[in-house]
Design a protein around this ligand. Structure first.
Ligand code: HEM
Length: 414
């Protein structure tokens, strides 16, 4: 039995934990639509979450073109690596004075990468810090109660979102001017440029507010998720000597085969990170992501003899598959070598990025960022967690309650 009835988020709904039912529901856009709570949809409001069918596909294709696949991401490799190197250096330097909160550090790192990729590299450090600070409250309210009254998370989230809108609006306006007067001709296109050129399915240019909302949606979708994955990758590797050793050997080999004149990681080197890719899969599989994928039935649906009535919410609980011994032996163990058999999806039971038309558009960006981050972490640093038994909090993502307090130390001479 894999379905559990719930009244979470007010409307009746069911949790779905089995593989077949999960994939069936996620693939069926005719009988199910997005079913995220009102707070999530209001806070993330973007053309991506508020349209479906061809309109959604049209919009999605443009975003995919800028961040999905190694070819699209190749132009961002060097800047991501520079941001990673600087961030790790900063963590080690701050650790000499007092313990750092690894989760806060990876949050800052992931936001810097997202800002660079989506709105360009020339924004002032203070602007990025301000956006990061404001977004924290918006993140906190994604799954909160929709009570727009002082002292409630939703109220604060809406207020902060307005401020982020203002900041991004001025960046978009500034960009329009730069394009008009030709002062941006030498720079590579980022997402703002692409969105400014874009037309919708009816041939109309996107409105400024749609561009801003899309940027906010991408920031929200990619910020905490990436930061959490980076933080857990450090914890898992630090606690697993064998995996750490194997990953280190692979990264040392990559450096040994590199021409002396080459200073940055190349796409070819990223492709050689076979073991580290297994580490990536395993980090994503074992991390206890707490947010289900949400759908709403648009008609009565029969799933394996269970009727899901029209209007009911459906919560797809990926952990039901990712932590099931039916698909993964000793599923609680962190064991990158379980991916040796090359069945990348484990018969479809590994679907951390969703299924079908809503599948995550940031999955390659996340992977490249984690591989680059781990390459430098493994070769040059070690992390000592202060309270390894610290209990976790789960809103939004699983994070030690002390934000993963610890010390980052540089161990190489580089
Ligand atoms: C650990 C990291 C991540 C995980 C586990 C993750 C997971 C997911 C999943 C499961 C979905 C599908 C949601 C559904 O079907 O309801 C999704 C969608 C999405 N993700 Fe990610 N994601 C991650 C990182 C990112 C990053 C880094 C970005 C971009 C910067 C991103 C952008 C998006 C967007 C825009 C969508 C909506 C796509 C659409 O509706 O067409 N995600 N993500």
């Amino acid at each position: 039995m894999g379905m559990y009835k719930t009244h979470l988020f007010m409307n009746p709904g069911i949790f779905v934990c089995t593989l077949e039912a999960s994939r069936k529901i996620l693939s069926d856009d005719n009988k199910f639509k997005l079913g995220y709570p009102e707070t999530t949809l209001t806070v993330t409001q973007s053309p991506l979450t508020h349209v479906s069918g061809e309109e959604h596909n049209h919009f999605r294709r443009l975003i995919i073109a800028s961040i999905l696949g190694y070819n699209s991401l190749a132009k961002f490799l060097n800047p991501i690596e520079d941001i990673v190197i600087e961030s790790l250096k900063g963590m080690a330097s701050r650790s000499t004075e007092q313990a750092i909160m690894l989760m806060e550090e990876t949050m800052a790192l992931s936001l810097r990468v997202i800002v660079h990729i989506f709105i360009g590299s020339y924004h002032h450090h203070d602007t990025i810090k301000q956006v990061e600070h404001l977004l924290a409250a918006v993140d906190d309210a994604l799954f909160s109660l929709p009570i727009n009254f002082p002292a409630f998370p939703y109220y604060k989230a809406l207020k902060n979102r307005k401020k982020v809108e203002e900041i991004l609006k001025s960046i978009v306006e500034e960009r329009k001017v730069m394009i008009k007067d030709g002062s941006k001709v030498t720079e590579k296109k980022d997402l703002v440029d692409i969105l400014l050129e874009m037309e919708d399915v009816n041939g109309r240019k996107l409105k400024g507010e749609d561009i801003v909302n899309t940027l906010i949606m991408l920031f929200l979708a990619g910020h905490v998720t990436t930061a959490t994955a980076l933080m857990w990758s450090v914890i898992f590797l630090t606690n697993n000597t064998l995996a750490f050793k194997k990953a280190k050997e692979e990264q040392e080999e990559i450096l040994r085969s590199r021409p002396p004149s080459q200073k940055h990681l190349s796409i070819e080197e990223i492709k050689k990170m076979v073991y580290l890719t297994k580490v990536f899969n395993e980090v994503i599989r074992v991390t206890e992501w707490a947010i289900p994928l949400c759908r709403e039935a648009t008609t009565d649906v029969d799933i394996n003899g269970y009727i899901i009535p029209k209007g009911w919410r459906v919560f797809i609980w990926q952990r039901g598959c990712h932590r099931s011994s039916e698909y993964f032996s000793n599923p609680e163990d962190f064991n990158p070598s379980r991916w040796d058999d090359d069945d990348f999806t484990k018969g479809g039971a590994f679907f951390p990025f969703g299924v079908g038309t809503r599948m995550c558009v940031g999955r390659d960006l996340l992977k490249i960022e984690m591989l680059i981050f781990l390459h430098h972490f493994i070769l040059n640093y070690k992390f000592e967690q202060k309270n390894p038994e610290c209990p976790l909090s789960y809103m939004l993502a699983p994070v030690p309650k002390d934000n993963c307090l610890g010390k980052m130390t540089k161990v190489s001479m580089e």
